[in-house]
Design a protein around this ligand. Sequence first.
Ligand code: M6R
Length: 606
Amino acid sequence: MCGIVGMLAKRQVAGILVDGLRRLEYRGYDSAGIATLVDSKIDTRRAVGKLQALADKLAEEPLSGTVGIGHTRWATHGRPSVDNAHPHFSEYVAVVHNGIVENYRELRKELEEKGHIFKSETDTESIAHLITDYLRQGLSPQKATAAALKRLEGAFALAIIFAGHDDLLIGARRGSPLAVGYGDGEMYLGSDALALAPLTNRISYLEEGDWVELSPAGVVIHDETDAIVSRKVHETNLSGAAIGKGEYRHFMLKEIFEQPAVIGDTMAALTSTDNHLSMPPVPFDWKAVPRLTIVACGTASYAGLVAKYWFEQLAGLGVDVDIASEFRYRGSPMAQGGAMVVISQSGETADTLAALTYAKEHGQKVLAVVNVAHSTIARQSDCVVQTLCGPEISVASTKAFTTQLTVLFCLALQAGLARGVIDEARVSTLLQALREVPAKITDVLREDHKLQELAQHMADAKDVLYLGRGTLFPLALEGALKLKEISYIHAEGYPAGELKHGPIALIDESMPVVVLAPHDNLFEKTSSNIQEVVARGGKVILFTDKKGLANMGTKPYWVTTLPDVDPAVAPILYAVPVQLLAYYTALSKGTDVDQPRNLAKSVTVE
Ligand code: M6R
């Protein structure tokens, strides 16, 4: 949700800020803008639409300056327009903001009464005017910022420059992430380390309430009481090269094709080659945990739902899976000493973070499954098991999902072993099954042209139903979400057994029904559901294996035969054709696959 960058240097910064924004564009792409100091005065360029519109504008009207800030927007307050695009500014100050200022109406009223003229509908503009007001009262930029921060309610990450101060850049964080980058004679601010990857790998992360002054003298970080504090400098292993599309047309396709490698990497970090677990210790005793709570959003929550089946079946451990935005406000009672698993690719999702905070306040030990190593969720959890899938840029999550499943499967085995539900021999068999998944995914990827052909049959659909049972039910939810997100076709995921309780009324010859049904112990049941759909003229698109195909009574409209796989790890394999189907359907509809309308990759506001 909105990406921000800032840079203080001895060279021209406009082009470098735009490069940084390119690496943050996955956070929002409604409009973009930068501000620098030209002859010590604030100057800006802003444009509606993708970042390229801003780059084009800068090519026509270049912007000089050695200190500057930039922003790529995902609109919250005010429609995408040049006036609403950041930076927001006065004669004295320019501000970029990620987050929401909840008391902006009250601030705006107060400032308008004092004569400030607002030009946008945004909450952010009130920050620029508030700081200006304090500057007019004679406060220094640092003191004016500190005073303004104390008046703001809500969540924010800010980068701020000041007219007449070519040697000053200020950042602040409350609720939204902000990283400080240390370069050679220059310094940076960025929403994440990825934005700064080609510039530096030395990063500090601001903590809640921190604000920071960057100047040629160095970096001074203050906490919320304005006391000077020090924050650890981390060495990241990100490189600018890691975020190219390579030979692929879209990041999503590249990320789908990376799955055999990244599942292998993630598994290698958690297991030995002779199929034993080598997991980090968890911050609770699996034997003593009465019940596990898993909390996440979107695709990550579907990974959690698959894990529910695994923990219950392999570890005899009951699991509640909750959507973070519901969990955080429900006031769920939690027994002291309980255990929670949070799952997040970005590690910055606001609702998941709030659920984590709630759990910790209620005496829970929290284990995080995250992809971004030093993200806020990673730093605030008691223990982290990282998915090693590398930067995921496409808004539609793919490789993060299958690596989350890989980690969660290993955690369920760890729990099962600790609780005496399964023994080492069973763990070894199941890890061998997991070890074979990457090669089987490669087989599926080799045949992706078949899914491309199938997608032609989906592209005209208005609605699509996805069905699955057991661990394939969450995959039905994930398949429907993927299709909705990138092709804008309405889709619903349902447990196949629930069909008769309502959704069957929707079936007619125009409605594709995608059924995910490996030949497992539930296959016969799902097969009956398929007959019910076919009997009503429904168009069944079946994903199964050879045995499933052989045992299918009625011939479905379309069958994709997948490699045989141990049912325990089937959801990891079946995720891939479902992703490819969504991808190729979107491609044939001509939608913007990597940056679908209205979405942003990292949802850092409520
Ligand atoms: O970064 P997170 O894993 O916490 O993100 C959670 C969801 O926002 C995310 O999975 C979203 O649903 C994706 N766009 C799905 O493709």
